[in-house]
Design a binder for this molecule. Structure first.
Ligand SMILES: [Zn+2]
Ligand SMILES: [Zn+2]
Length: 258
């Protein structure tokens, strides 16, 4: 498998980003799909940055129209004394400015989080690539870094595939908030095994947490024995109870501290 990749899926808008981690054939771009091995797949509960931007622009238009309507209503209110109108105009402008600043801060935080989860997926993928193929890091440094990254993962970024770990372990690792939402919200059709897919919903800033779809839960339930690539990885590496990555005794790449 020359080309190794990591993918982050954005659950709310169904968009994905692919990261090339490395290629054993040293290709320039990307090997054909048949020659790709997916080492890491993550799923972020919310939308991608572009979809958030689109939604924000649409919200800005609505807000702007609402402010204009208020200002015009004030101008047309002939019963108001001139001074009172000036005071009300000032108040309106202040409120608009306050609202703009508040939204700007919230959006900045949201963008930072989206960029962070994408970076996490890439960084973690690179460490898995290193552990399985490149071996540029020393064993102790690699183990420490993998452990560190796993501890930094946010609850709403779920790892659904990891070449170093099986599906059962990945599932156990999720906090309940990430998984019970999916189980609780399965529609009757999904519970009956229907293939019907839910339509992706538009992102909302203050809406309820989006759910994982049934397919996502199935991915989490997937055992490595069902997947040749996973099994290959499991043969190479194992993880002890503390979450440390350990190489097996015959491996030339020893993850145990010297
Ligand atoms: Zn390649
Ligand atoms: Zn998107």
């Amino acid at each position: 498998m020359p080309c190794c990749i990591a993918i982050i899926h954005f659950a709310q808008c169904s968009h994905s980003t692919l990261f090339k981690l490395g290629c054993t054939a040293h290709c320039d771009a990307l090997c054909p799909a048949a020659d790709q091995r997916t080492l890491v797949v993550t799923r972020y509960l919310w939308s991608c940055e572009d979809c958030h931007m689109r939604q924000w622009l649409a919200n800005d238009d609505l807000r702007s129209a609402a402010w204009t309507a208020r200002t015009e209503a004030l101008e047309e209110d002939r019963g108001l004394p001139v001074e009172a109108r000036a005071v009300l105009f000032d108040m309106l402008r202040c409120r608009e400015q306050y609202e703009d600043n508040r939204l700007e801060t919230a959006r900045q935080l949201q963008v930072e989080e989206i960029q962070w989860v994408a970076e996490w997926t890439l960084e973690y993928g690179l460490m898995v690539w290193d552990a399985l193929y490149e071996r540029r890091y020393g064993p102790r440094a690699a183990r420490r870094r993998i452990k560190q990254l796993r501890a930094l993962r946010l609850w709403d970024l779920v790892v659904t595939r990891d070449a170093l770990r099986g599906g059962k372990e990945l599932r156990q690792e999720q906090v309940s908030r990430s998984t019970w939402i999916g189980a609780e919200n399965r529609s009757p059709q999904q519970n009956q095994g229907s293939q019907r897919k839910e339509l992706p919903r538009l992102p909302t800033l203050n809406g309820p947490a989006p759910i994982f779809r049934a397919e996502d839960l199935e991915m989490l339930e997937m055992e490595p024995s069902e997947d040749e690539q996973e099994r290959e990885a499991q043969d190479l590496m194992d993880v002890d109870e503390s979450g440390d990555v350990m190489m097996d005794a015959d491996s030339p790449y020893d993850f145990n501290p010297a």
